[in-house]
Design a protein around this ligand. Structure first.
Ligand SMILES: [Zn+2]
Length: 268
């Protein structure tokens, strides 16, 4: 599933759409529009003024107060093509034609993602947690979140209402880098472990953005290209492989219903 680094990579790769006007929006599957505060036709002739990200959501700001919000779910892709490129791939549900000779494609084989046409963005994101790459997310903030909590630290990190944008890949990678077992009760982390984890979260997310995200199968950037961070993963998806630090065989367990990858020796 695209997580923060993948969505941020799509955002960065689509900067050239800022200033373009939407000509028409072609909808092949109406149920991909999850919610509409306004009719899609309203977008015709309107300019895209900015492209932002919140957690795992991509936000196209459209004049003057409209938002087109994209979530890529499990297998979604949101990318740009030249207007004259033929569409040969399957599962293309929405095509947004722009006045700069390009088009934006929403493609999603499994259809867990979607598009929201939203007016009030503050209300839409009212329950969303803190951005992990913001300055406000620091050891003090993480310390308050884990205080007295019995839930596994891995499950806490996946709660989008607390910290947003972290999914299974980056939770496993950050916990490995911080030397903390994913099933540790969140409240049992020491001050030093909280500091380490906070730094590790920021570090793995930033490094993955530099590598343009992780592609296992479906994820593509805004140019429909694969990412590169899958070549830098230390534990995620490495079942029965050796720990890159100590050489022990890595473990995989279900924690809170999610597959979790870790090293029993390096993570306490
Ligand atoms: Zn190890």
């Amino acid at each position: 599933m695209p997580e923060l680094p993948e969505v941020e990579t799509v955002r960065r790769s689509l900067q050239t759409i800022i200033g373009a006007k939407i000509k028409t929006i072609e909808i092949n599957r109406a149920d991909i529009i999850r919610k509409s505060d306004y009719q899609p036709e309203v977008l015709g002739g309107k300019q895209i003024t900015a492209i932002k990200r919140r957690g795992k959501f991509l936000i196209l700001k459209i004049e003057t107060e409209l938002n087109l919000i994209v979530h890529m779910g499990m297998s979604g892709r949101f990318y740009m093509l030249n207007e004259d490129n033929l569409l040969t791939e399957k599962h293309i549900h929405i095509i947004i034609h722009l006045d700069n000779a390009s088009k934006l494609i929403y493609q999603d084989a499994r259809r867990f993602g979607g598009i929201w046409l939203i007016k009030n963005i503050d209300e839409f994101f009212s329950c969303m947690g803190i951005e992990p790459l913001s300055e406000q997310f620091n050891a003090g903030c993480l310390g308050e979140m884990v205080k007295n909590r019995k839930i596994a630290i891995k499950s806490l990190l996946l709660n989008q209402n607390l910290v947003c944008g972290i999914g299974n890949i980056y939770a496993d990678e950050a916990l490995f880098q911080a030397g903390i077992r994913p099933d540790r009760p969140a409240g049992s982390l020491t001050t030093q472990e909280i500091e380490c984890l906070c730094l590790a979260i920021k570090d793995v997310l930033k490094t993955s953005i530099e590598q343009r995200g992780t592609t296992f199968r479906d994820y593509r950037d805004g140019f429909n290209r694969v990412g590169n961070f899958q070549n830098h993963l230390k534990v995620y998806g490495k079942v029965n492989e050796k720990c890159p630090v100590c050489g022990a065989i890595l473990k995989r367990d279900k924690i809170g219903g999610r597959s979790s990858h870790y090293c029993e020796k390096c993570q306490k």
